[in-house]
Design a protein around this ligand. Structure first.
Ligand code: SAM
Length: 297
């Protein structure tokens, strides 16, 4: 486990992921009934952008810095919420801090809601506990998401969101472990909402990822992509994606206009791109019995 999110906090991929996350949480808050937020790869909860890791890469300049200085004209609602949350975080810590997904969720949740956070890296799990365990209704598990998620679902609230945000070290090979995790989780809790973040580095790998996802037979699967560089650029992270299973009503329309706005702010590249597309619809429910690794190709 070499991945440390400190180097990447607040980059363009974090911004897009966190804006969409706030959109999903906002939809859950529309009903008074409690929900459960589950973060399978929670990280540290918050990140000091003044510390040496963030200062070495300056990745937040490709994301947070651009959104912070963008004109508020026509700013989508989810982005305004994101800006407010980042500002609240910086007041809370009185410094140049960036909120991770668990902090954003706890900031949005109501007293009746609950959060379950998993983080396998012992140091990051310790930091997460230090920063967030004072919140009520939060349980922090120093645990492997690949066994922990299916053990913890369905939650007693029977409504909620699972964010699956792995570092893509072991998951690099066509993202098969992530598809398998999603398939197992969906079999245990088919009505839960799932948001799976993925990096876009090679568009052939993404095509194979989508094929694996379609072959799971999971219905109502939406994909969102924003590429700040051409999708087949060989240099590194070209784009950021998120799969959403059981998205809220009209989520795809708002996601489309939000990503359009974010694309203009986050990149000047003429071959940048974005998409919001259904991978499977409601009618595609076709439970398959084959193990997920047989679905490739
Ligand atoms: N979700 C966080 C956010 O948006 O602020 C960022 C998470 S970061 C991309 C991925 C995290 O997953 C890292 O902190 C890493 O230590 C942790 N991790 C890696 N493998 C894991 C596993 N099998 N189970 C749980 N956590 C894991």
């Amino acid at each position: 486990m070499n991945y440390r999110h400190h180097f990447h906090a607040g980059n363009f991929a974090d911004v897009v992921k966190h804006v969409l996350l706030l959109g999903l949480l906002e939809s859950l808050c529309r009903k008074d009934t409690p929900f459960c937020y589950i973060d399978t790869h929670a990280g540290c909860g918050l990140y000091d952008l003044g510390a040496s890791e963030a200062q070495r890469t300056l990745e937040f300049k490709s994301g947070l810095a651009r959104v912070k200085t963008a004109s508020t004209d026509n700013m989508p609602g989810w982005v305004s919420q994101y800006q407010k949350a980042v500002a609240a975080m910086q007041v809370e810590r009185s410094g140049f801090f960036y909120p991770g997904s668990p902090w954003l969720a706890l900031h949005t949740m109501r007293p009746q809601d609950r959060a379950l956070l998993m983080e396998l890296h012992p140091e990051d799990a310790g930091t997460l506990k230090k920063y967030l365990s004072r919140h009520e209704n939060v349980s922090i598990h120093a645990r492997d998401a690949y066994e922990g998620l299916t053990a913890l679902i369905p939650p007693k609230e029977k409504r909620g969101l699972v964010l699956i945000d792995p570092p893509y070290e072991e998951e690099r090979d066509d993202y098969a472990p992530v598809v398998e995790l999603l398939q197992k989780a969906h079999a245990k809790w088919p009505t839960g909402m799932y948001a799976v973040w993925f990096p876009i580095k090679d568009h052939h790998a993404i095509t194979r990822f989508y094929r694996r996802l379609r072959n799971t037979g999971i219905p109502k699967m939406l994909t969102t992509e924003l590429c700040v560089l051409p999708a087949d650029n060989q240099l590194g992270l070209n784009g950021t994606g998120m799969i959403i299973v059981n998205p809220p009503w009209k989520f795809s329309d708002t996601a489309f206009t939000t990503l359009q706005w974010l694309k203009k702010v986050l990149t000047d590249h003429p071959q940048s791109s974005m998409k919001v597309e259904w991978l499977t619809g409601e009618a595609d429910a076709a439970p398959k019995k084959m193990p997920v690794d047989k679905f490739a190709e």
